[in-house]
Design a protein around this ligand. Structure first.
Ligand code: GAR
Length: 213
């Protein structure tokens, strides 16, 4: 019975317990977030714990009031607001982002709850070096409200995916996935919380994996 399944059960593939890159210089990360920023926090913590050899150069956020900006500032990391509402189209918006990422000498771009579609301007500027985290087992449930989509579909296993971003939304080479059980009494909030615990594991791991491959 799924009710009896441990609430914190998970399956992460690949199963890498230690993913620190020791031989290379720290990866220079630019993190992009639209809202809460708990994945930003998880990356910061993985670095602080010595699990990921990286440094966060800058946080870019697009929504004024995004909690991610407060989290970054509190940790001494520059938080830049680039508000998509100030740009006439997606390309101009992405151009401004690319310019800032370059200014901060960013090598790897991490979409940690970034809720805007990317254009070739950004994808091509950081080809194969943009990593996205999405709260579903891709290729199922792309786009917004992925957790609600999974619940509506009645799946018994949900999860999250870290992947290389490409032009097609929530697509691209998969780096790591984590699966969690779905319970009959789950709401979007309880299921999302269970998935997020796993996001915090696989996103730093995926960054290390991508950099090694
Ligand atoms: C995360 O669950 C992430 O997977 C999702 O937004 C949330 C951000 O949480 N991303 C997407 O849905 C992208 N398609 P956070 O702001 O607390 O890190």
């Amino acid at each position: 019975m799924s009710q009896d399944y441990p609430r914190d059960a998970s399956l992460i593939v690949p199963n890498i317990s230690s993913y620190q890159i020791t031989a290379n210089a720290p990866l220079k990360l630019g993190i992009m977030a639209s809202g809460n920023g708990s994945n930003f926090e998880a990356i910061f913590q993985a670095i602080a714990d010595g699990k990921l050899n990286a440094q966060i150069q800058v946080l870019i956020y697009n929504n004024p009031g995004a909690k991610a900006a407060i989290r970054a500032t509190n940790r001494g990391i520059d938080a830049l607001l680039i508000n998509h509402r100030d740009y006439q189209n997606r390309e101009y918006f992405d151009k401004q982002i690319v310019d800032k990422l370059r200014q901060y000498d960013v090598e790897w771009v991490i979409l940690a709850g970034w809720m805007r579609l990317l254009t070739p301007v950004l994808i091509d500027a950081f080809a194969d070096k943009i990593i996205n985290i999405h709260p579903s087992l891709l290729p199922s449930f792309k786009g917004i409200r992925a957790v609600e989509q999974a619940l509506a579909a009645g799946v018994k296993i949900a999860g999250c995916t870290a992947h290389i971003a490409c032009l097609e939304m929530d697509s691209g080479r998969i780096l790591a996935q984590a699966a969690v059980p779905v319970f009959p009494d789950d709401t979007p909030e309880t299921l999302h919380a269970r998935i997020q615990v796993q996001e915090y594991q696989i996103l730093p791991q995926a960054i290390a994996l991508a950099a090694q491959s």
